[in-house]
Design a protein around this ligand. Structure first.
Ligand SMILES: Nc1ncnc2c1ncn2[C@@H]1O[C@H](COP(=O)(O)OP(=O)(O)OP(=O)(O)O)[C@@H](O)[C@H]1O
Length: 292
């Protein structure tokens, strides 16, 4: 279980992370999504003790992460950009990991590299962006972490490597109950693997729901009214976005349920069709209701 409690962090005097609270159950894969500059990387860096929060705590399996070396050795972190080992050959980085992590399993690394094919004699600085992502992911998985914190891990990966990555991640979670927090702009990928989604905007968690709940409550609805729509229809509080051509309305709601359908019928709706939203649509309507 991961618990983030009242976390605040300013950088250069500007509040970046603002009173963030959430919990992640063991064995869950949670997606962290939000626009550029929302604070995703800053939040993740606080969670792995690279940044020290101004206030608040990150508790993993009952222990505070701050200065806790034994706890940190159970957490795999894949940063959005690599800042370490640039001058080293990959095989030397593996040696470093073996020294740093008692649980590092060279056979596991070799097995993963059977899929990802990183040249061991190459210096890290000579690897492509995608190969650095593959390397960081393999290193993190090879010490059998309890928790994986992944910051844009698929951003440089080709479609084949991305599929391998997702498959390996999901099988690791199901075999070992790894708890995963993954930030990504590849929302279709997150939709295929996540149990739960955290939406972050301007340093705040603005939505925190299971993917199942999001899929059943956030909907697009097409409605055709017999006569005109009721007065102030566009201002109904459960609507995120309303557009219309004549008596035919297209609505996005974050509170779809039978009561809403009944209310539409009572107000003269002749035709009501509910449509699913993609995670990308959900993010856009949550952080920028007027974009579409
Ligand atoms: N070291 C730093 N010093 C000052 N400000 C910073 C620093 N790092 C990040 N910021 C600022 O903090 C805010 C959040 O940045 P962060 O990298 O956490 O966002 P993000 O959600 O990961 O963005 P992206 O999706 O573009 O990767 C931005 O306004 C950024 O300019």
């Amino acid at each position: 279980m991961i618990e983030v409690m009242k976390l605040n962090k300013s950088l250069d005097g500007k509040p970046i992370i603002k009173d963030i609270n959430f919990k992640i159950s063991t064995g869950n894969i949670v997606g962290l999504v939000g626009p550029n500059g929302a604070g995703k990387s800053t939040l993740l860096r606080n969670m792995v003790d690279i940044y020290t929060p101004d206030s608040g705590k990150v508790i993993i399996d009952g222990q505070d992460i701050r200065d806790n070396i034994s706890l940190k050795s159970t957490i795999g972190y894949v940063p959005d950009k690599n800042e370490y080992f640039n001058k080293e050959k990959v095989r030397n980085v593996i040696k470093y990991y073996k020294l740093a992590y008692d649980t590092f399993d060279e056979n596991r690394f070799a097995e993963l590299n059977g899929s990802f094919n990183i040249p061991l004699n190459q210096k890290v600085e000579k690897l492509s962006k995608g190969n650095i992502s593959r390397l960081m992911f393999m290193l993190a998985l090879s010490f059998r972490p309890k928790v994986l914190i992944l910051d844009e891990p698929t951003s440089g990966l080709d479609p084949i490597a991305k599929r391998k990555f997702l498959k390996i991640l999901v099988s690791d979670v199901s075999e070992r109950e790894t708890t995963v927090l993954i930030s990504s702009h590849n929302l279709a990928d997150l939709e295929s693997i996540c149990d739960h989604i955290l939406f972050i905007d301007n340093g705040e968690i603005v939505k925190d729901n299971s993917l199942d709940t999001l899929k059943t409550t956030m909907k697009k609805i097409q409605v055709i009214f017999k006569d005109n729509a009721p007065a102030n229809f566009e201002k109904w509080p459960c609507f995120l976005n309303v557009s219309h051509v004549g008596k035919s309305y297209s609505i996005v709601t974050n509170n779809f349920n039978e009561d809403l359908v009944d209310k539409l019928r009572e107000n003269g709706a002749l035709f009501i069709e509910e449509l699913d939203l993609s995670l990308e649509d959900m993010l856009v309507y949550t952080v920028d209701k007027n974009l579409i």
